[in-house]
Design a protein around this ligand. Structure first.
Ligand code: DON
Length: 307
């Protein structure tokens, strides 16, 4: 008997509503600081196309680092495995915005999901484009994946990041000094900040993640990427998707997942489900406190895991 996903989502939403420890909303990006920690949403899209929704599943939030998954997929489509000459594939064991490894490692970021790695990915996606076109291309790709045209950049958040993103600007300049950023820094960070400011609901995010549960295929639109590439992106999500807490996420949840400081997490059970959760309060590692907890419940109630 397949699990009854709607009852499971209902049970999780009810459990999360009574949680008092909801974490702390990110404040280093001023535009995120005003979001209420009371929100919780969850969406599960199964391999057969059925959908289970709960709580604030249809309310858009700032996807932040979750968007790095889609930007990586697009960059791999452009340059293929050449990307790996400029970005590593190892967990960093450091905070998402850390600069420390770049000096000893010649400006090559550990993986595409830490900020430095995503900035290199933005540089790849910028090639041959104006920043506006590069963002437009990414938005079109995400809308196609989600089969939903109503996905946009939150300009207030994008401006907020541009005005306060000193660390990201420093990372980009530092990597440019090593020759690993090819375009002017303000153009690259412009793409990166707008990418982080893409707003989506849990439903849109879970739909956009379907290609990762279906070995690179989209039910109605055909192949997005090869099965091998989809598996590799899932592997990177599992090992690097939660920064310094990636090991703990794999231990507790056992699924590839990518978090963002807006409080969203996209998780994938290959062959079974694409899941998005959102709750803005973060734990000490910068990942959604209730989102992580909800996925832990989900893994236990369904028995699903990649292990
Ligand atoms: O660049 C930043 O710091 C943010 N725009 C994104 C960071 C993020 O989401 C890290 N995720 N947990």
């Amino acid at each position: 008997m397949p699990p009854d996903l709607q009852s499971i989502v209902d049970e999780i939403v009810a459990a999360m509503a009574t949680e008092e420890a909801r974490g702390k909303v990110a404040t280093y990006i001023p535009g995120l600081a005003t979001v209420s920690p009371a929100h919780f949403g969850m969406a599960v899209v199964s391999a057969d196309g059925s959908v289970a929704l709960g709580g604030d599943a249809e309310l858009p939030f700032s996807t932040q680092s979750v968007s790095k998954v889609f930007a990586l997929t697009m960059a791999l489509g452009k340059v293929g495995d050449q990307l790996w000459a400029r970005v590593g594939r190892e967990p960093s064991g450091n905070a998402f915005n850390s600069i420390v490894q770049l000096e000893a490692e010649q400006g090559i970021p550990r993986n595409p999901f830490i900020n430095a790695g995503a900035i290199v990915v933005a540089d790849v996606n910028l090639a041959g484009h104006q920043p506006r076109e590069a963002i437009g291309e990414l938005l079109r790709f995400i809308r196609f994946l989600a089969d939903d045209e109503d996905i946009h950049v939150d300009e207030v958040i994008a401006r907020s990041e541009t005005e306060t993103g000193f660390r990201n600007i420093a990372l980009a300049n530092y990597m440019r000094a090593f020759g690993n950023i090819h375009h002017p820094v303000e153009r690259v960070t412009g793409v990166y900040f707008h990418q982080c400011a893409i707003a989506m609901s849990c439903l849109q995010l879970a739909r956009a993640g379907r290609y990762l549960m279906l070995d690179g295929l989209l039910p109605d639109a055909g192949r997005v990427i090869s099965a091998r590439r989809a598996r590799r992106i899932n592997a990177l999500m599992l090992t690097c998707g939660h920064y310094d807490a990636s090991g703990d996420f794999a231990f507790r949840i056992g699924m590839p997942g990518k978090s963002g400081v807006g409080g969203g997490i996209l998780a994938v059970v290959p062959g079974k489900a694409s899941i998005a959760v959102w709750s803005p309060g973060l734990n000490a590692s910068g990942n959604s406190q209730l989102g992580t907890k909800a996925l832990e419940h989900f893994a236990r109630l369904t028995g699903w895991s990649v292990f």
